[in-house]
Ligand binder design. Structure first.
Ligand code: DI6
Ligand code: FE
Length: 419
């Protein structure tokens, strides 16, 4: 080794949820550089080697850094007015059909500069980070012109450069039909396929391509065209599907080897089988379910029986999920969807990473979302006594340390603790 070797970092006497399970005994974790070097039971810990390490903390619950695999964090304006309309009885769908909803955010996003979008998104992202997020996916989808979609993606990339967090970007050009294409939805899909996807791919601004497959958005046939264009440019695909009705968007996405199908409240047995065969992740978004006061539950039992990995995400967006609190989603996943705390935690760690293509089979990010030897040292140390408590209690301020790429980036101890 050249230069002054940095001391290894040591966390000891920690209870570990490793991304899939809670380990049976208190552990020691040693980090070297940006990777986890050793994870071993305290009973096997050799005190003599402690002198070679810098001790970072003792005790607490350690999890992988949280992976929020579905957000729309970059947007202009606010939709608090629609919240009030919904309380007075208007439905999400009615508001969308009347030109509000996503399109009202499109107007505000188009009017905003890149710097304004960055400044608006930054505190939202910081809120996620304060609650443990170390990897976040950010979608475009409120620009709906080539220039405005690329503008959103550039803001997302810049957020990842400015803050200690991994940002994965997704082009969601096929999110809603912009007013310029009011009676020409196929024409808009042409634009997405022939201009937006090639531009985003050539500027390396998108890591994946997403669509909204729904009666108020795009048909299965239109989404398939978008998937084919994405594949032709080497980009993996995802889909917002079966959120408000069962059109078969998830199965179509699975046929294109989708990383994930998201929302999926209305997914049927055939859709579950399609996800299983494709190895796609089912991304559950209990925040949108809660906000829209949905009653149709996603087919949890069938997904579980089929062994489809279930991820949990905030869906942070100004309309259907104005929620910037990932650990609250652990609680919602259990309370609303009846996941176990173990499933919910796996959903925001290893399965969230899989929904982004960053799980352990992928060589360049081996083991993201896991606490294991060789994995990236993205970790959270929580002031709770059991991992299940993260899902059980609705409480902010429990994150004692957040470790990003081997560095403690936020410590909330004693006097420094704040929300
Ligand atoms: N489904 C959603 O939940 C978000 N997008 C989508 O296709 C909502 C976006 C919004 O309402 O602004
Ligand atoms: Fe969404």
């Amino acid at each position: 080794m050249t230069g002054t070797p940095q001391k290894q970092k040591l966390w000891r006497d920690v209870i570990i949820f490793d991304g899939l399970d809670t380990l049976p005994e208190p552990m020691a974790v040693v980090v070297e550089g940006d990777r986890i070097d050793r994870v071993l039971p305290m009973s096997e810990w050799d005190e003599a080697t402690a002198a070679d390490c810098e001790e970072m903390a003792r005790g607490g619950v350690m999890t992988p850094g949280l992976v929020d695999c579905h957000t729309h964090l970059v947007f202009g304006g606010s939709r608090a007015d629609e919240f009030e309309q919904r309380l007075e009885g208007a439905s999400y769908e009615e508001i969308a059909r009347a030109g509000g909803g996503i399109l009202s955010t499109v107007n505000a996003t188009r009017a905003a500069s890149e710097a304004e979008l960055f400044d608006a998104a930054r505190p939202r992202l910081e809120a996620l980070m304060r609650d443990g997020v170390t990897t976040v996916e950010i979608k475009s989808g409120y620009g709906l012109t080539v220039a405005d979609e690329l503008k959103m993606l550039r803001v997302a990339r810049r957020l990842g450069e400015a803050l200690p967090v991994r940002v994965v970007t997704t082009l969601l050009g096929a999110h809603a039909l912009p007013p310029e294409f009011k009676d020409d939805s196929d024409g808009y899909i042409d634009l997405v396929c022939e201009e937006m996807i090639p531009a985003a791919a050539s500027e390396a601004l998108a890591d994946a391509v997403d669509v909204f497959c729904e009666k108020i958005a795009f048909s299965v046939a239109q989404c398939e065209r978008v998937f084919a264009a994405a594949k032709a440019h080497g980009l993996p695909i995802k889909a917002h599907a079966e959120q408000l009705s069962n059109l078969g968007g998830s199965a179509a996405a699975a046929r294109f080897g989708a990383l994930s199908a998201d929302h999926i409240e209305f997914l049927d047995e055939a859709g579950v089988a399609a996800l299983r065969e494709a190895g796609s992740v089912a991304v559950l978004l209990p925040g949108a379910f809660h906000t829209l006061r949905e009653t149709q539950l996603p087919p949890i039992e069938a997904l579980r029986a089929a062994g489809v990995p279930m991820a949990i995400a905030t869906d942070a967006n100004p309309g259907s999920s104005p929620i910037f609190n990932p650990t609250l989603m652990l609680n919602f996943a259990c309370t609303l969807f009846r996941l176990t705390p173990r499933e919910a935690l796996a959903g925001m760690t290893s399965h969230g990473a899989r929904a982004l293509g960053l799980h352990e089979q992928v060589l360049h990010e081996q083991g993201l979302g896991r606490v294991k030897e060789g994995a990236p040292a993205d970790l959270c140390l929580w002031d709770v006594d059991t991992p299940a408590a993260l899902a059980y209690a609705i409480q902010s301020g429990r994150l004692r340390q957040r470790v990003f790429a081997g560095s403690v980036t936020q410590a909330f101890q004693g006097e420094q603790r704040h929300d």
